[in-house]
Design a protein around this ligand. Structure first.
Ligand code: 13P
Ligand code: SF4
Length: 303
Protein backbone atom coordinates (compact mmCIF):
# COMPACT_ATOMS: atom_id res chain seq x y z
CA UNK A 1 0.00 0.00 0.00
CA UNK A 2 1.36 3.46 -0.80
CA UNK A 3 1.17 6.38 1.64
CA UNK A 4 -1.98 7.82 0.09
CA UNK A 5 -3.79 4.47 0.39
CA UNK A 6 -2.57 4.01 3.98
CA UNK A 7 -3.77 7.50 4.89
CA UNK A 8 -7.20 6.97 3.32
CA UNK A 9 -7.60 3.59 5.06
CA UNK A 10 -6.74 5.05 8.46
CA UNK A 11 -8.95 8.08 7.86
CA UNK A 12 -11.88 5.74 7.19
CA UNK A 13 -11.16 3.58 10.26
CA UNK A 14 -10.96 6.63 12.53
CA UNK A 15 -13.91 8.39 10.82
CA UNK A 16 -11.77 11.50 10.55
CA UNK A 17 -13.03 14.48 8.52
CA UNK A 18 -10.18 16.01 6.51
CA UNK A 19 -10.63 19.65 5.55
CA UNK A 20 -8.18 21.17 3.09
CA UNK A 21 -7.86 24.81 2.12
CA UNK A 22 -7.75 25.64 -1.60
CA UNK A 23 -4.06 26.57 -1.22
CA UNK A 24 -2.96 23.10 -0.11
CA UNK A 25 -0.50 21.12 -2.21
CA UNK A 26 -1.93 18.52 -4.64
CA UNK A 27 -1.08 15.56 -2.36
CA UNK A 28 -3.19 17.07 0.46
CA UNK A 29 -5.98 18.19 -1.89
CA UNK A 30 -6.28 14.62 -3.13
CA UNK A 31 -6.96 13.15 0.34
CA UNK A 32 -9.27 15.91 1.62
CA UNK A 33 -12.98 15.27 2.12
CA UNK A 34 -13.69 18.90 1.37
CA UNK A 35 -11.65 21.65 -0.24
CA UNK A 36 -12.77 25.21 0.16
CA UNK A 37 -12.27 28.80 1.22
CA UNK A 38 -12.25 29.91 4.86
CA UNK A 39 -16.02 30.36 4.95
CA UNK A 40 -16.93 27.00 3.45
CA UNK A 41 -14.47 25.15 5.67
CA UNK A 42 -15.85 26.79 8.81
CA UNK A 43 -19.35 25.63 7.79
CA UNK A 44 -18.06 22.10 7.11
CA UNK A 45 -16.39 22.09 10.52
CA UNK A 46 -19.61 23.24 12.19
CA UNK A 47 -21.80 20.68 10.44
CA UNK A 48 -19.76 17.52 10.88
CA UNK A 49 -20.75 14.75 13.26
CA UNK A 50 -17.25 13.28 13.15
CA UNK A 51 -15.38 13.53 16.48
CA UNK A 52 -12.01 13.81 14.79
CA UNK A 53 -11.18 16.62 12.36
CA UNK A 54 -7.90 17.15 10.53
CA UNK A 55 -7.46 20.71 9.33
CA UNK A 56 -4.95 21.30 6.54
CA UNK A 57 -4.75 25.06 6.39
CA UNK A 58 -3.25 27.75 8.61
CA UNK A 59 -3.64 28.35 12.34
CA UNK A 60 -6.65 30.68 12.34
CA UNK A 61 -8.67 28.22 10.23
CA UNK A 62 -7.95 25.27 12.52
CA UNK A 63 -8.65 27.45 15.57
CA UNK A 64 -12.03 28.39 14.09
CA UNK A 65 -12.84 24.69 13.66
CA UNK A 66 -11.80 24.05 17.29
CA UNK A 67 -13.88 27.00 18.57
CA UNK A 68 -16.96 25.71 16.73
CA UNK A 69 -16.35 22.17 18.06
CA UNK A 70 -15.25 22.47 21.69
CA UNK A 71 -15.81 18.76 22.34
CA UNK A 72 -14.02 17.44 19.28
CA UNK A 73 -10.39 16.76 18.55
CA UNK A 74 -8.97 19.06 15.85
CA UNK A 75 -5.59 18.03 14.41
CA UNK A 76 -3.23 20.04 12.23
CA UNK A 77 -0.30 18.18 10.58
CA UNK A 78 2.16 21.02 11.31
CA UNK A 79 1.40 23.57 14.04
CA UNK A 80 3.94 25.98 12.55
CA UNK A 81 1.48 26.70 9.72
CA UNK A 82 0.68 30.25 10.80
CA UNK A 83 -0.69 33.18 8.78
CA UNK A 84 1.66 36.19 9.15
CA UNK A 85 -1.10 38.59 8.14
CA UNK A 86 -3.31 37.36 10.99
CA UNK A 87 -0.64 38.53 13.42
CA UNK A 88 -0.93 42.13 12.18
CA UNK A 89 -4.02 42.70 14.31
CA UNK A 90 -4.05 42.01 18.05
CA UNK A 91 -6.27 42.90 21.05
CA UNK A 92 -4.13 45.94 21.96
CA UNK A 93 -4.58 47.46 18.49
CA UNK A 94 -8.34 46.85 18.65
CA UNK A 95 -8.56 48.47 22.09
CA UNK A 96 -6.67 51.55 20.95
CA UNK A 97 -8.90 51.91 17.85
CA UNK A 98 -12.01 51.46 20.01
CA UNK A 99 -10.79 54.30 22.26
CA UNK A 100 -10.31 56.53 19.21
CA UNK A 101 -13.63 55.53 17.56
CA UNK A 102 -16.01 54.62 20.40
CA UNK A 103 -19.02 54.86 18.08
CA UNK A 104 -17.68 52.25 15.63
CA UNK A 105 -18.35 48.50 15.44
CA UNK A 106 -15.40 46.13 15.13
CA UNK A 107 -15.44 43.56 12.32
CA UNK A 108 -12.40 41.32 11.99
CA UNK A 109 -11.31 39.13 9.09
CA UNK A 110 -11.44 35.40 9.77
CA UNK A 111 -7.66 35.63 9.16
CA UNK A 112 -7.08 36.62 12.82
CA UNK A 113 -6.07 34.63 15.86
CA UNK A 114 -8.66 33.54 18.44
CA UNK A 115 -7.57 36.19 20.98
CA UNK A 116 -8.23 38.89 18.38
CA UNK A 117 -11.63 37.45 17.43
CA UNK A 118 -12.49 37.48 21.14
CA UNK A 119 -12.28 41.33 21.06
CA UNK A 120 -14.48 41.74 17.95
CA UNK A 121 -18.21 42.27 17.41
CA UNK A 122 -18.29 40.12 14.29
CA UNK A 123 -16.09 38.11 11.94
CA UNK A 124 -16.18 38.25 8.11
CA UNK A 125 -14.39 36.34 5.36
CA UNK A 126 -13.15 37.27 1.89
CA UNK A 127 -16.47 36.00 0.49
CA UNK A 128 -18.88 37.95 2.70
CA UNK A 129 -17.24 41.15 4.04
CA UNK A 130 -19.73 43.44 2.25
CA UNK A 131 -22.78 41.53 3.46
CA UNK A 132 -21.54 41.30 7.05
CA UNK A 133 -20.60 44.99 7.31
CA UNK A 134 -23.83 46.16 5.67
CA UNK A 135 -25.80 44.26 8.34
CA UNK A 136 -24.15 46.23 11.16
CA UNK A 137 -26.13 49.18 12.53
CA UNK A 138 -23.22 51.60 12.96
CA UNK A 139 -22.11 53.89 10.14
CA UNK A 140 -18.43 53.57 11.09
CA UNK A 141 -16.84 50.13 11.10
CA UNK A 142 -13.29 49.23 12.09
CA UNK A 143 -12.15 46.51 9.70
CA UNK A 144 -8.88 44.55 9.65
CA UNK A 145 -6.20 43.43 9.31
CA UNK A 146 -6.05 43.34 5.50
CA UNK A 147 -6.18 46.88 4.11
CA UNK A 148 -7.02 45.87 0.53
CA UNK A 149 -9.96 43.77 1.67
CA UNK A 150 -11.15 46.72 3.81
CA UNK A 151 -11.00 48.98 0.71
CA UNK A 152 -12.85 46.32 -1.32
CA UNK A 153 -15.62 46.32 1.32
CA UNK A 154 -15.69 50.15 1.30
CA UNK A 155 -16.29 50.12 -2.47
CA UNK A 156 -19.37 47.96 -1.96
CA UNK A 157 -20.72 50.11 0.89
CA UNK A 158 -20.52 53.82 -0.02
CA UNK A 159 -22.87 54.77 2.84
CA UNK A 160 -20.58 53.29 5.49
CA UNK A 161 -17.21 54.54 6.68
CA UNK A 162 -14.84 51.57 6.68
CA UNK A 163 -11.70 52.29 8.69
CA UNK A 164 -8.77 49.90 8.03
CA UNK A 165 -7.33 48.65 11.33
CA UNK A 166 -4.32 48.75 11.39
CA UNK A 167 -3.84 51.21 8.52
CA UNK A 168 -1.41 48.98 6.64
CA UNK A 169 -2.18 45.26 7.14
CA UNK A 170 -1.34 43.07 4.14
CA UNK A 171 -0.71 39.54 2.89
CA UNK A 172 2.82 39.08 1.53
CA UNK A 173 1.61 36.48 -0.99
CA UNK A 174 -0.98 38.79 -2.57
CA UNK A 175 1.42 41.77 -2.53
CA UNK A 176 3.55 39.97 -5.12
CA UNK A 177 1.13 40.73 -7.98
CA UNK A 178 1.73 43.82 -10.09
CA UNK A 179 0.17 45.52 -13.10
CA UNK A 180 3.14 44.14 -15.04
CA UNK A 181 1.84 40.58 -14.39
CA UNK A 182 -1.43 41.49 -16.10
CA UNK A 183 -0.06 43.55 -18.97
CA UNK A 184 2.95 41.41 -19.84
CA UNK A 185 1.16 38.08 -20.22
CA UNK A 186 -0.40 38.85 -23.59
CA UNK A 187 -3.59 36.90 -22.86
CA UNK A 188 -5.95 39.41 -24.41
CA UNK A 189 -8.97 37.08 -24.25
CA UNK A 190 -8.37 35.72 -20.74
CA UNK A 191 -10.59 36.62 -17.79
CA UNK A 192 -8.59 37.98 -14.89
CA UNK A 193 -9.70 36.72 -11.49
CA UNK A 194 -8.13 38.15 -8.33
CA UNK A 195 -8.50 37.82 -4.56
CA UNK A 196 -9.56 40.98 -2.64
CA UNK A 197 -6.21 40.90 -0.81
CA UNK A 198 -4.46 42.14 -4.00
CA UNK A 199 -3.78 45.87 -4.47
CA UNK A 200 -6.68 48.07 -5.58
CA UNK A 201 -5.08 49.01 -8.93
CA UNK A 202 -5.13 45.31 -9.85
CA UNK A 203 -8.65 44.83 -8.53
CA UNK A 204 -9.69 47.70 -10.82
CA UNK A 205 -8.26 45.94 -13.88
CA UNK A 206 -9.63 42.49 -13.00
CA UNK A 207 -12.80 41.00 -14.46
CA UNK A 208 -13.73 39.39 -11.15
CA UNK A 209 -12.72 39.86 -7.50
CA UNK A 210 -13.63 37.20 -4.95
CA UNK A 211 -12.67 34.59 -2.40
CA UNK A 212 -10.86 31.44 -3.47
CA UNK A 213 -14.19 29.56 -3.73
CA UNK A 214 -15.79 32.37 -5.71
CA UNK A 215 -12.84 32.34 -8.14
CA UNK A 216 -13.01 28.54 -8.31
CA UNK A 217 -16.68 28.72 -9.32
CA UNK A 218 -16.26 31.55 -11.82
CA UNK A 219 -15.53 29.42 -14.97
CA UNK A 220 -18.92 27.68 -14.52
CA UNK A 221 -20.63 31.02 -15.11
CA UNK A 222 -18.29 32.47 -17.70
CA UNK A 223 -18.03 31.97 -21.47
CA UNK A 224 -14.29 32.66 -21.36
CA UNK A 225 -11.97 29.73 -22.04
CA UNK A 226 -8.82 31.25 -20.52
CA UNK A 227 -8.40 32.43 -16.93
CA UNK A 228 -5.50 34.23 -15.27
CA UNK A 229 -5.79 33.68 -11.54
CA UNK A 230 -4.32 36.16 -9.05
CA UNK A 231 -4.02 34.27 -5.81
CA UNK A 232 -1.90 31.54 -4.20
CA UNK A 233 -0.98 28.89 -6.78
CA UNK A 234 -2.65 25.99 -4.89
CA UNK A 235 -5.99 27.07 -6.35
CA UNK A 236 -4.67 26.61 -9.90
CA UNK A 237 -4.27 22.84 -9.34
CA UNK A 238 -7.86 22.52 -8.16
CA UNK A 239 -9.22 24.61 -11.04
CA UNK A 240 -7.26 22.72 -13.70
CA UNK A 241 -8.64 19.42 -12.40
CA UNK A 242 -12.19 20.75 -12.34
CA UNK A 243 -12.05 22.40 -15.77
CA UNK A 244 -9.98 20.22 -18.11
CA UNK A 245 -11.51 22.01 -21.11
CA UNK A 246 -10.48 25.49 -19.94
CA UNK A 247 -7.03 27.02 -19.68
CA UNK A 248 -6.15 28.20 -16.17
CA UNK A 249 -2.89 30.07 -15.54
CA UNK A 250 -1.39 31.65 -12.44
CA UNK A 251 -1.07 35.43 -12.68
CA UNK A 252 2.30 34.95 -11.01
CA UNK A 253 3.66 31.45 -10.46
CA UNK A 254 5.75 32.63 -7.48
CA UNK A 255 2.68 33.42 -5.37
CA UNK A 256 3.27 30.73 -2.77
CA UNK A 257 2.11 30.80 0.85
CA UNK A 258 5.01 29.04 2.54
CA UNK A 259 3.16 28.14 5.72
CA UNK A 260 0.17 26.64 3.87
CA UNK A 261 2.67 24.35 2.19
CA UNK A 262 4.14 23.07 5.46
CA UNK A 263 1.55 20.28 5.50
CA UNK A 264 2.69 17.14 3.66
CA UNK A 265 1.07 13.74 3.32
CA UNK A 266 3.84 12.25 5.49
CA UNK A 267 3.07 14.70 8.32
CA UNK A 268 -0.68 14.23 7.86
CA UNK A 269 -0.36 10.45 8.16
CA UNK A 270 1.77 10.72 11.32
CA UNK A 271 -0.69 13.21 12.85
CA UNK A 272 -3.63 10.94 12.07
CA UNK A 273 -1.89 7.89 13.52
CA UNK A 274 -0.79 9.64 16.73
CA UNK A 275 -3.83 11.96 16.93
CA UNK A 276 -1.59 14.95 17.53
CA UNK A 277 -0.67 17.79 17.31
CA UNK A 278 -4.02 18.98 18.62
CA UNK A 279 -5.19 22.56 18.07
CA UNK A 280 -6.32 24.01 21.40
CA UNK A 281 -7.99 27.31 22.19
CA UNK A 282 -8.36 28.22 25.90
CA UNK A 283 -12.04 28.01 26.85
CA UNK A 284 -12.37 31.63 28.03
CA UNK A 285 -11.04 32.93 24.69
CA UNK A 286 -13.00 30.36 22.65
CA UNK A 287 -16.33 31.37 24.21
CA UNK A 288 -15.76 35.06 23.40
CA UNK A 289 -14.40 34.38 19.90
CA UNK A 290 -17.35 32.08 19.15
CA UNK A 291 -19.79 34.96 19.73
CA UNK A 292 -18.17 36.95 16.89
CA UNK A 293 -18.09 33.89 14.59
CA UNK A 294 -21.71 32.99 15.41
CA UNK A 295 -22.77 36.56 14.63
CA UNK A 296 -21.29 36.13 11.13
CA UNK A 297 -23.10 32.80 10.68
CA UNK A 298 -26.41 34.37 11.85
CA UNK A 299 -26.07 37.24 9.35
CA UNK A 300 -25.29 34.76 6.58
CA UNK A 301 -28.45 32.83 7.42
CA UNK A 302 -30.63 35.96 7.32
CA UNK A 303 -32.43 36.57 4.05
P1 13P B 1 -10.18 32.50 1.24
O1 13P B 1 -11.08 32.53 2.43
O2 13P B 1 -10.68 33.34 0.10
O3 13P B 1 -9.89 31.11 0.81
O4 13P B 1 -8.82 33.21 1.64
C1 13P B 1 -8.03 32.76 2.68
C2 13P B 1 -6.71 33.34 2.64
O5 13P B 1 -5.89 33.06 3.47
C3 13P B 1 -6.40 34.27 1.57
O6 13P B 1 -5.07 34.51 1.51
FE1 SF4 C 1 -2.20 34.35 5.33
FE2 SF4 C 1 -1.62 35.34 2.93
FE3 SF4 C 1 -1.05 32.80 3.48
FE4 SF4 C 1 -3.59 33.61 3.17
S1 SF4 C 1 -1.99 33.56 1.61
S2 SF4 C 1 -2.81 32.27 4.77
S3 SF4 C 1 -3.50 35.66 4.09
S4 SF4 C 1 -0.17 34.61 4.45
Amino acid sequence: MNLKEKFLKLKKEKKCLVLGHNYQSPEIQEVSDYLGDSFELSIRAKETDSDLIMFCGVDFMAETAAILNPNKKVLMPDLKAECPMAKMLNPEIIKSYRRKYPEAAVAVYINTTAVTKAEADVVYTSSNGGKICSALSTQKILVGPDRNLALFIQKQLPDKEIIPMPADGYCYVHKIFSLFDIKSRGFTEAEILVHPEVDMELQALADFVGSTNQMFNRPKKSRATQFLVGTEIGLIHRMRKEYPDKEVYPLNKYAVCNTMKLHTLTKAYKALKEERPIVRVPEKIAVKAKRAIDRMLEIMNEK
